[in-house]
Design a protein around this ligand. Sequence first.
Ligand code: HEM
Length: 492
Amino acid sequence: MMFSLTLLLLILIAILADRLLRQSLLSPLTKVPGPWYARFTSLVLKWNELTANRTRYIHGLHRRYGPAVRIAPTELAFASAAAVKEVYCSGGSGYDKTEFYDLFTVYGRRTMFTTLNKGDHAKRKRILADRYANSNIVRQPSLDGITERAANFVARCDESVTGSGSLDIFVYLHSYAFDCVTHHLFHPYGANSLQSKQDEEIMREVTFDDSLQNRLVQYYSPTLHSLFGTLLSAFAKPRETPLADEFVLETSARTDTAAFTVLNRLNEAGPPADMEPIDIAAECLDHMAAGIDTTGDALCFLMWELSQPRSLRYQTRLREEVLMMANPTGGAGFDKLAYLDAVVMEGLRCFPAIPMSLPRYVPRGGRDIDGYFVPEGTVVSCQAYSVQRIDEGVFPDPDTFNPDRWLDPKGDAERKRLFFAFANGGRGCVGKHLALAEMKMLLCAVYSRFETRPDESMAPEEMEMSDQLISSRPLGQRCLLRFLPVGCHRGE
Ligand code: HEM
């Protein structure tokens, strides 16, 4: 008995030693620089994920070790244009996604975002892509909805001037994004959370979600999660969005939405793409969620930065350009404003709403990435936060917000190659044109009417980046700004 136990123990030790030896000394990944412990364990990485700090942790490693880093025994992070091209663009849509995306399935269904392999993704994208093409976004009925919602946001700014003196733009920019994306999904049944408290509650449920730790346990240990889920939820909240679910399940059952909407396209898809009602609802909920935090947080970080004394000259230049337009608060004129474009690009460079890694599996046979041979099955990723600041030749003084850098024709191609806020390739953000239209329209509407300043009660730490599962939001989950009306508005 004693002998067989000792033998068993020895066998276990031998297996473990063999695994450690392979990982730490014999794997081709040993050639990739990184901290010593990453050869043996992913615990440090996981700890940073649990404490909402993954992006900054990986960025610190890039600064220390360069654009290719081993971050765990079978995981690498890259931050170069060559790696972005290989991982996200090779063969059109790059490498397949990892099971990390299972965490985002909706009603138990895979959506375009959560399909893992190329084939499934291409089928779904074929149905949806045209509703997000720029030509569809800048059509009048679509644009009118955004103009109207930007005016609703401005009405909130007006109220703050005569009321409390400041406005929590974290809340109302998420409302704006919610109203805009649901307009594009469901018009005339889109939400109106800038004016209706009931709709605002739906936005709050999605925006103030605090399920990071619970969902990470679900990802790393599904068995533990299913056995002790109830106990766990006493310490780490699960994601629960009953109001949003009800809104989407009801609204996505409609068959009479406007021609430009996503739901209209899903309803008309027909065979062979035939989608069951629950698939249609899942796709709509996914786009709704994808469109709220991203655009809301991107605008929030950007307006906070524009309001700082160090950035007031950029705000002034932006206002001057916007006021030159015949109709600064309507139409598609925003699309031609070079400085507005530079401000938005720089905002998304410094504060990408999805700054985090987008994990992919290296395909069969392995691949060469950025000069390293990487075996099949290795998890590889790039994160926008690092891709957009690690190369100081392309982005000098990378931590400084400076829209003017985008106006220099020299280096334009290099800057664009390293712009990764919407990812890249066939699986890049399908909502990019909608998001840009929303952002630009809102900035025109606000800065043609107001100067903005931070409210004195705000502490800078409140605006630090707090990582969620894939996106980041301001740590304090509030952002108070003061809106000072400008006297020389042309449209008045
Ligand atoms: C500033 C705003 C936005 C940013 C920075 C952003 C960023 C991104 C990024 C980085 C991805 C790739 C994610 C990955 O590979 O894991 C993505 C995908 C996606 N985004 Fe956005 N997004 C924004 C706004 C929107 C909006 C308004 C929508 C509206 C529906 C949207 C819908 C989607 C969808 C459906 C996907 C999945 C695309 C696919 O897998 O083919 N996004 N977005």
